[in-house]
Design a protein around this ligand. Structure first.
Ligand code: AHN
Ligand code: ZN
Length: 321
């Protein structure tokens, strides 16, 4: 470099240093809160609880059964009644055991004209077997928490979205055929989200981020910063946890970190190319909730306090965008 430019470099460095000194980075004790565009509504845990009871009344929502088909109709109708534009993505998917299953991903869009979009997702099917139980292992589980809880929270959120106007568009997606897998067979879980990630409901669809709910209604739930979520979308995890903490739900949304698990959010990240996290109950940051894949996953395992904590946190996150 020509020598006469060195003074210029020096000047530049000095200016930058001064600029840094003049504006010291303040670290406020409380994270700044963005001004809410609209008043954040009150999540009704009673309504969400009733939505779980309603799902249970259909019987286990095992793909291919009439309970599954009937529940799909009710879910789509309930979203439509809330004011959503509803699309049911159907396909035949093949399970690890060769069974051909009628998959129905249920997609409810609010403010479809908005380009910036956020996805809130959960699986709505339930497991055909109770393999973690000691009795009736070949019978299907009720799926109050594993399946029912995430759906119920999204239905209650939909009720509010239909009444208010947000700065972002919201897509609520209920994944099908999530729980027809076997841990020994790679990619055998989450067939609905894998299908959607390869065949989005709108060509070129994108979202700023996605939040998946899985087992979000149990009494005494512990939500941890799950490994895959932290790998792919740590800023989304922190945003959700920050909002939960501010609302006083830091006891459920713990700072514990778990190893990664394979769930619907993984495929949304890896195949769908959308930043996605999982809110999932992992006591002590390992394993799943007490009644996981047993007949005990019934209404008695559900807590309105847990539903409220998750539902209100999600409303805060999306209404403050
Ligand atoms: C595995 O067991 C590999 N993933 C958990 C996915 C799941 C099943 N979530 C609910 N049920
Ligand atoms: Zn399951």
């Amino acid at each position: 470099m020509n020598m006469r430019y060195y003074w210029l470099l020096g000047l530049l460095a000095a200016t930058l240093l001064t600029a840094c000194k003049e504006e010291p980075k303040k670290t406020p004790a409380v994270p700044p809160v963005a001004k809410a565009a609209v008043k954040v509504p009150d999540f009704q845990a009673d309504t969400a609880f009733a939505y779980i009871e309603k799902q249970l009344a259909f019987g286990p929502r095992v793909p291919g059964t009439s309970a599954h088909a009937q529940c799909a109709e009710w879910l789509a109708a309930t979203f439509r009644a809330a004011g959503a534009e509803v699309m049911v993505q159907t396909a035949s998917v093949t399970a690890y055991n060769g069974s051909k299953l009628p998959m129905k991903n249920i997609i409810a869009s609010f403010y479809p004209e908005k380009t910036k979009r956020i996805m809130l997702t959960a699986h709505w099917d339930t497991r055909p077997i109770a393999d973690q139980d000691s009795v009736r292992k070949n019978q299907p589980i009720p799926g109050a928490n594993d399946g029912g809880s995430g759906v119920a929270i999204l239905l209650e959120i939909a009720r509010h979205l239909g009444k208010d106007s947000l700065n972002v568009g919201i897509d609520l997606i209920l994944w099908d055929v999530e729980d027809y897998g076997m841990s020994e067979v790679e990619n055998s879980y989450c067939l609905g989200s894998q299908y959607w990630s390869r065949n989005k409901h709108k060509p070129g669809y994108q979202a700023a981020y996605a939040i998946n709910l899985d087992m979000v209604g149990a009494n005494g739930a512990t939500f941890v910063k799950e490994g895959m979520s932290m790998q792919y979308a740590p800023e989304v995890v922190e945003k959700v946890w920050r909002n939960a903490e501010r609302l006083g739900y830091g006891n459920l949304f713990t700072p514990l970190r778990s190893d990664g698990i394979i769930d619907d959010h993984v495929y949304v990240n890896t195949i769908g190319g959308i930043k996605a996290i999982d809110i999932i109950d992992q006591p002590d940051a390992r394993g799943f909730f007490e009644h996981w894949h047993t007949h005990g996953d019934d209404i008695e395992a559900i807590s309105k306090e847990t539903l409220k904590a998750v539902g209100q946190t999600l409303l805060e996150v999306v209404y403050r965008e």
